[in-house]
Write a new protein. Structure first.
Length: 597
């Protein structure tokens, strides 16, 4: 038994003792082939929800009074292509490209019928100030379709301004879509550059396997190399020669394709399903409580978030992400169910929809079943099963006035070493939803690994003994919070991140800092701020949580991808004018961008 220095009002608290064998049994079940990767919206996720509920019930952990064990909420789980058509006319001659053969839309394409419009060749569709390169320079693409190459220039040149074989963000489909939209284009027609990828087949990206916004605001389709070559040949141009010319000296080769027009019809439906958070509650002597949570969903058979795109269609087991955290919640529910009633209760939560954008936790914090002002803290476990050399990242102790002292007063198991360098309560998991609602948080995370978001994240690779030790430590922290004389007061620490800590950032990539935390349950148009970090440019400009960003430096902002692209086009020290909706008001503010840490 481990000793623990717990903050108590009275009595003696025993350290939480988690059985590694029972812990591993939950991981094996949740990550089994039969649960097919627990995709949000799938029957298998609902099966996993029933399993968690049954475990709670078997320990005598009840639902919240007046509620069931499950909280239903709607989740947008994907898209379906109902129909699509591409018709081109060149100097009076009309032809149709067959859907699924030489042409296919990407899932984030806008839906509808695009009027017959001219086609313009726009190189790689890239505007990159740092590389002094712009395919759109001097090119009129307003209300036209841009025909662009996939990837980026000089991919085989290690000395290239585009980083050679390490693709920059300019190569992403989403960035190409945003750039085309911001230049006024009606749509994008993407071409495979097979001449730069000799080993690749001229295969179109399957619908639904590309990352991007729900609706890019422009048509975005892909055609085969052969189809594009025919169009350009008829106009007296050669696609390979154009690409070679760009690679030679990074001088754009863009031009209007005289006589060529295109007409697009894309019919995409967004699919929504009802999914469930799972909750169990052990009340205390007061109406205050501690939340212990983890997400239980994963990627199913793989989607655009898979890091093994060639294995999409195979089960992405999600043993570490996040059967490991869910097993910790279940076993802590078992352990706490056997303890005397403490001063404060404990709410156990398994969230759905985390992989699609923190959907379950965001829904709960907007529709809480217990008052959020009675939640003294939220403890989140995400990926705790692959602890290497005992190192655990503990994030969020700066969000509560007593958390640093409390964590310092609870004995750490000998097998673990805590990294406390990131304290702000941000990072890519469900605790952010609670930080944004001013609930103190602590996030426990063992770090990324080579099996992350791949089918190979399997149960046999989980170190159940060390993971169980960590879950027990989380239980000790929860007990300290349950029985502490004073609850932590929420505070917004000024962001101070050690770039070598391994902590998961809220945003990634290069560029200036802004300081907002996006609400992933986006409004129909714009980017809602779930939070604004203290001391950041957004905070100093007077922006607030709940504001909806609709304009940035003269650019219309419709979604998070628009915002990210517009921000990365600037440098630290730039002052930009932004427009936000605050209730019924439109507010303008000048934001002085700083360097991203």
């Amino acid at each position: 038994m481990r000793g623990a220095g717990l903050f108590l009002l009275a009595g003696i608290a025993l350290p939480a003792d988690i059985d590694p064998v029972a812990y591993q049994a939950h991981v094996r079940y949740l990550a089994s082939d039969g649960l097919k990767g627990r995709a949000t919206g799938s029957p298998e996720l609902e099966k996993a929800a029933r399993y968690v509920q049954q475990q709670f019930a078997s320990f005598g952990v009840k639902p919240i009074p007046g509620q069931g064990y499950q909280q239903a909420f709607p989740a947008n789980i994907g898209v379906r292509l109902r129909s699509s058509a591409l018709r081109t006319t060149f100097r009076g001659r009309t032809s149709t490209v067959a859907s699924g053969k030489g042409f296919t839309p990407l899932a984030f394409s806008t839906s509808g019928t695009g009027a017959a419009s001219p086609v313009v060749f726009a190189g790689y569709g890239i505007t990159a100030a740092d590389q002094h390169y712009d395919d759109y320079a001097g090119l009129d693409v307003k209300d036209k379709y841009v025909l662009i190459l996939r990837h980026e220039p000089q991919e085989n040149d290690a000395a290239s301004a585009f980083s050679g074989r390490e693709a920059t963000q300019h190569a992403s489909f989403a960035n190409k879509a945003v750039n085309a939209k911001m230049h006024g284009a009606r749509g994008v027609i993407l071409i495979n550059d097979t001449f730069n990828h000799a080993g690749d087949r001229d295969a179109l990206v399957p619908f639904g396997q590309s990352s991007g916004p729900a609706d890019a605001g422009v048509f975005f389709v892909q055609v085969s190399t052969g189809t594009a070559e025919q169009w350009l040949k008829a106009a007296g141009k050669d696609l390979r020669s154009l690409a070679d010319a760009i690679d030679k000296d990074l001088k754009p080769q863009s031009f209007a394709i005289e006589g060529l027009t295109a007409n697009l019809n894309v019919d995409i439906t967004r699919e929504s399903k009802t999914v469930h958070n799972v909750l169990g509650y052990l009340p205390g002597l007061t109406d205050e409580y501690v939340i212990v949570g983890a997400h239980y969903d994963h990627l199913g058979l793989g989607d655009e978030h898979s890091l093994a795109p060639s294995q999409i269609g195979q089960i992405h087991h999600g043993a570490d992400d996040n059967a490991s955290g869910t097993a910790g919640v279940i076993e802590l529910a078992r352990w706490f169910s056997k303890q005397p009633k403490p001063q404060r209760g404990v709410l156990f939560m398994a969230f759905a929809g985390e992989e699609l954008g923190l959907l379950g936790s965001a829904y709960y914090t907007s529709h809480p079943l217990l008052p959020l002002d009675k939640a003294v803290a939220m403890l989140n476990m995400d990926m705790i099963g692959r602890i290497r050399e005992g190192k655990i990242y503990v994030n969020g102790t700066g969000t509560g006035s007593t958390l640093d002292a409390l964590v310092g007063g609870v004995k750490v198991p000998a097998a673990l070493k805590l990294d406390l360098s990131e304290s702000t309560g941000y990072g890519g998991s469900d605790h952010i939803s609670f930080t944004a609602k001013q609930v103190p948080v602590i996030f426990f995370f063992s770090g990324l690994h080579g099996d992350y978001h791949k089918p190979s994240d399997t149960a046999d690779k989980i170190d159940s003994r060390t993971a169980a030790a960590l879950a027990g430590y989380v239980g000790d922290i929860a007990q300290a919070l349950q029985n502490a004389a004073a609850r932590p007061v929420f505070q917004r620490p000024v962001e101070k991140v050690d770039p070598h800590s391994g902590a998961v950032p809220v945003t990634s990539g290069y560029g200036p800092a802004f300081g907002s935390v996006p609400d992933f349950d986006e409004p129909p148009k714009g980017v809602r701020f779930a939070d604004v970090r203290q001391g950041t440019p957004a905070d100093k400009a007077g922006l607030r949580p709940g504001d909806i960003l609709i304009g940035f430096d003269g650019k219309e902002i419709s979604n998070l991808y628009d915002f990210t692209y517009a921000l990365q086009a600037h440098k630290p020290g730039d002052e930009v004018l932004v427009r936000v909706l605050r209730g019924s008001q439109t507010i303008e503010a000048k934001v002085l961008l700083t360097e991203r840490r």
